[in-house]
Design a protein around this ligand. Structure first.
Ligand code: 13P
Ligand code: SF4
Length: 348
């Protein structure tokens, strides 16, 4: 819970008193957050949930939230939640005039690329990503020169300019299918080295990799997982493919954030650990009170820049609008749409 941000509320823009009657939106949110958010905390959150949902209706806005958003956003105000692939699909399918992207900047750019005529808002423009920051469009052009004829697959965790230099995008949910869909013996796969190594071990296609890493997932270690297994017998281990190979080797399931959520339900396990960003476990635990979640916590500081006060301000002021140069967007759209045409799977 990002309670500090709610209490501090630097802009002072929210209705401080609880509305006299809870609306359906806040009653549904309260039910989902029972057991996760204590009553006293809920009394601070409820006015935001009410006002955000009211303004979203008024602005004809859809709120898309990534699985790493905090529970009050994920369960409280989002119209759609999901992994990067799911959110891109929702953006493409949305009939709303405005998209409020509760996630990081590359996700909002992907929505803008797919929906050039919609207004795409992100509550905090500084919500970046270490993977997206690891590579530039000039780097991609140099790699093409060095490996002539090799097609370029880029993870969606990249800027619009990098996507525009690519043949096709992928997410962690469909990376293997996308690489194999090209029918090429060698593919340049950018920028996540660990996801690339995971894919390379599962395909005959030769991959040329980059040295990008996720600052959240690279911190997990194989030793940490072995200790967790020893101290929590029978624990079912799920890991995101942005983790180092020694971590993935210890996991029972590897897949995208949405893949991991689906696998928790299917596992039948009574004790689970999700080796990924902290808020995932909070969100999934709210829906599975019968499961014990072991929670080693690595926070994504970029995802955590998105807060209820920030979302409210975004809707009140229609900021911050995400802008992508139309020429860049047109080239990037080809790569993203080509990905959406490839069937996406999820993990092992
Ligand atoms: P997913 O596409 O699996 O949701 O991952 C996005 C991300 O940023 C993981 O760190
Ligand atoms: Fe980027 Fe890692 Fe944060 Fe995902 S968790 S947005 S890959 S820094």
């Amino acid at each position: 819970m990002n309670l500090a941000a709610v209490v501090a509320n630097p802009e002072g823009t929210f209705p401080r008193a609880l509305p006299p009657r809870a609306t359906r939106a806040s009653r549904v949110a309260r039910e989902r957050l029972l057991g996760v958010v204590p009553e006293i905390e809920w009394r601070l959150l409820a006015p935001y949930v009410e006002e955000i949902r009211r303004l979203a209706r008024e602005r004809r806005a859809v709120i898309l939230a990534h699985n790493y958003q905090t529970p009050e956003i994920f369960h409280g105000v989002a119209d759609y939640v999901g992994d990067s692939l799911g959110l891109a699909r929702q953006a493409a399918a949305s009939g709303a005039e405005v998209i409020v992207q509760c996630g990081v900047h590359f996700m909002a750019e992907t929505s803008k690329i797919l929906c050039p005529h919609k207004t795409v808002l992100i509550p905090d423009l500084e919500a970046g990503c270490s993977l997206a920051a690891s590579i530039t469009a000039a780097d991609v052009r140099l790699l093409r020169e060095r490996y002539p004829g090799a097609p370029v697959v880029t993870y969606v965790n990249t800027s619009a300019e990098v996507k525009a230099e690519s043949d096709v995008c992928c997410t962690s949910a469909n990376a293997i299918e996308v690489v194999e869909s090209l029918g090429a013996p060698r593919v340049i796969f950018l920028p996540d080295e660990f996801l690339g190594r995971y894919v390379a071990a599962r395909t005959a296609v030769e991959l040329v990799l980059w040295h990008g890493h996720c600052e959240v997932h690279e911190r997990f270690t194989g030793g940490q997982l072995r200790e967790l297994r020893a101290s929590h017998p029978g624990v079912y281990v799920l890991a995101h493919p942005e983790c180092p190979p020694e971590v993935l080797a210890e996991a029972d399931y590897v897949g995208s954030t949405a893949g991991m959520i689906g696998a928790v339900s299917k596992s039948g396990a009574s004790r689970v650990v999700m080796i990924t960003e902290c808020s995932m476990s909070d969100n999934v635990a709210a829906a599975h009170p019968e499961i014990e979640f072991v929670r080693p916590c690595n926070l994504c500081p970029h995802m955590k820049r998105i807060t209820l006060p920030g979302i409210l301000r975004s809707l009140q002021t229609m900021t911050h609008e995400v802008v992508v140069d139309p020429g860049v967007a047109a080239r990037a759209r080809r790569a993203v749409e080509r990905m959406l045409a490839v069937a996406g799977g999820a993990g092992r």
